[in-house]
Design a protein around this ligand. Structure first.
Ligand SMILES: [Zn+2]
Length: 219
């Protein structure tokens, strides 16, 4: 099964990627992991990407798609894959379609995790970070024993700017604006399956797997 996973910040994409990857016995592939692997082993592609990252520029799509091509050629991806964080734009989606067409392995499904903005805000704005060890607590789901203090080292907890409601809403807006064309592209290609990503993680996973199982395979 060949899957692309898309979802807003706070949709629990990482957790769902793990569930799906385990269920279908396919690797979950994120661009971040791929870049880190290439940078760590100082490959030609890694060095090509680094030239742009060093000067704070976006890595060009040609380099990213080469890194994706290289990753998909590895044996663990022979029976499929789940791509998380790529593609992000329509040109990247087109490049991916071309690459997969060359390999004769088209995408089966694009799964979109849909979130309710209010729920994301209430979920993320409860996060508190330890100023000493950096561990993240949650006022509702993972509270420390003592209010405002880290259980591990007693460090003071604070709210990161990223976890402030206004920052979260802004990120959700930016995400929606950037992702709408990508989602429309996959909808037009009849690849899109959307599920509601609210409620318990296990329930979301169940909906995700149900939607994926129901999607027609392309090969
Ligand atoms: Zn701590």
């Amino acid at each position: 099964m060949r899957i692309v996973l898309v979802g807003a910040p706070g949709a629990g994409k990482g957790t769902q990627a793990k569930f799906i990857s385990k269920h279908f016995a396919i690797p979950s592939i994120s661009t971040g992991d791929m870049f880190r692997a290439h940078l760590a082993s100082e490959t030609k592609l890694g060095m090509a990407a680094k030239r742009f990252m060093d000067v704070g520029e976006l890595v060009p799509d040609e380099v990213t798609i080469d890194i994706v091509r290289d990753r998909l050629a590895q044996p663990d991806a022979a029976n499929g894959f789940l791509l998380d964080g790529f593609p992000r734009t329509v040109p990247q989606a087109e490049a991916l379609s071309k690459l997969l067409a060359e390999r004769g392995t088209p995408l089966d499904v694009v799964l979109e995790l849909q979130v309710d903005n209010d729920e994301v805000v209430s979920r993320l704005s409860g996060r508190r970070t330890c100023s000493t060890c950096g561990r993240v607590w949650h006022l509702d789901f993972d509270p420390p024993r003592e209010v405002g203090k880290c259980d591990v080292d007693g460090g003071e907890l604070f709210q990161r700017d990223d976890d402030l409601p206004e920052t979260i809403l802004r990120r959700l807006d930016v995400y929606a604006e950037q992702t709408e064309p990508l989602v429309a592209y996959y909808r037009d290609a009849c690849l899109l399956q959307s599920i509601a990503a609210h409620g318990a993680l296990e329930d979301i996973a169940e909906r995700a797997i149900e939607a994926l199982e129901a999607a027609p395979r392309r090969t």
